[in-house]
Write a protein that binds this ligand. Structure first.
Ligand code: CP
Length: 311
């Protein structure tokens, strides 16, 4: 793989390979015995994605090149391409990019000769979030095929919804959307159900934040939690082993009752923990694929084997 921009680039086998590698990293590893510089180019705010990439890089023994767009030459008009090209010129071996544009990678994809990882592209894709969500679901159920998964909330403005819906479907899950009319995206071919139906029938209820920063005149209604969110009453109707997920940050009391954020069913902080291991797996895969590090550069256990979908 040249860059990791979209889940569409991965075969089902690739996805399971990354999940197995991430699980392997969770159980132990040794750092890369080679100097590797990683540049984290975040042009949009981030806490989890950026800091879990930093932790993943440090666990792998990499040198992290920090970057703050609001104190960089971006303020003098430097483009994303010239910023990325500069990082390559000064010795970065790998870049992580988050940008508000849905298609930022088209500007740099072909001409940057180090691996690039998508840390979030506008409303389009968030592939590393998707991989950590898949790992969290797999850890819980030991499979993904056949699970009922509801993605509930601001589907229209969510990059997480798009990455996850398509990947979960490819891995054999039954994916449903729940959303208020203004937050539905009918370009995506997934059935809409109510939040009450979702909480009664689904194994995973994946909530989404209302993404005010991407709204263009859409008003969030009063009583959103009662009409469309996860209330304590709805949580009480969930199946015994069903889990709650959310990519975070969370609007407590809006899409989810604040008491449910850390309830027994919640895997929200587990998702964040898994983000570190998934990002270690993705970075090492790309560095291997480019020949920047050798196959045995990171010592792992390599004993994990996930059950693939049948057929
Ligand atoms: N889930 C997620 O992408 O969080 P951040 O915006 O904090 O990175």
């Amino acid at each position: 793989m040249r860059h990791f921009i979209s889940l569409d680039q991965l075969t089902v086998e690739d996805m399971y390979g990354i999940l197995e590698s991430a699980e392997d990293f969770r159980l132990g590893h040794t750092p890369i015995q080679q100097q590797i510089f990683a540049g984290n180019l975040f042009f949009e705010p981030s806490t989890r994605t950026k800091m879990s990439f930093v932790v993943a890089q440090k666990k792998l023994g990499m040198e992290t090149l920090d970057f703050h767009s609001n104190s960089s030459s971006v303020l003098k008009g430097e483009s994303l391409y010239d910023t990325a090209r500069t990082f390559e010129a000064i010795g970065a071996n790998l870049l992580v990019v988050r940008h508000e544009s849905d298609t930022w990678y088209e500007e740099i994809n072909a001409n940057i000769n180090i691996p690039i990882i998508n840390g979030g592209a506008g409303k389009a894709e968030h592939p590393t979030q998707c991989m950590l969500d898949l790992l969290t679901i797999y850890q819980e159920f030991g499979k993904i095929e056949g699970l009922n998964v509801a993605i509930a909330g601001d589907i229209l403005h969510s990059r997480v919804a798009k990455s996850n819906a398509h990947a979960l479907k490819r891995l054999g899950a039954n994916v449903f959307f729940c959303a208020a009319p203004d937050f539905q995206d009918h370009t995506l071919e997934f059935p809409y159900i109510t939040i009450d139906e979702a909480t009664e029938m689904c194994d995973v209820v994946m909530l989404l934040r209302i993404q005010h920063e991407r709204h263009d005149g859409v008003k969030v209604m009063n009583h959103y939690l009662e009409e469309y969110g996860l209330t304590k009453e709805r949580e009480a109707n969930m199946k015994p082993n069903a889990i709650i997920m959310h990519p975070a940050p969370i609007n407590r009391g809006v899409e989810i009752d604040t008491d449910l954020v850390e309830c027994e069913r919640s895997r929200i902080f587990k998702q964040m923990e898994n983000g570190v291991y998934v990002r270690m797996a993705i970075m090492t895969k790309l560095l291997h694929d480019w020949g920047i590090i050798h196959e045995d550069a990171v010592k792992k256990r390599d004993t994990i084997s996930f059950k693939r979908i049948s057929g």
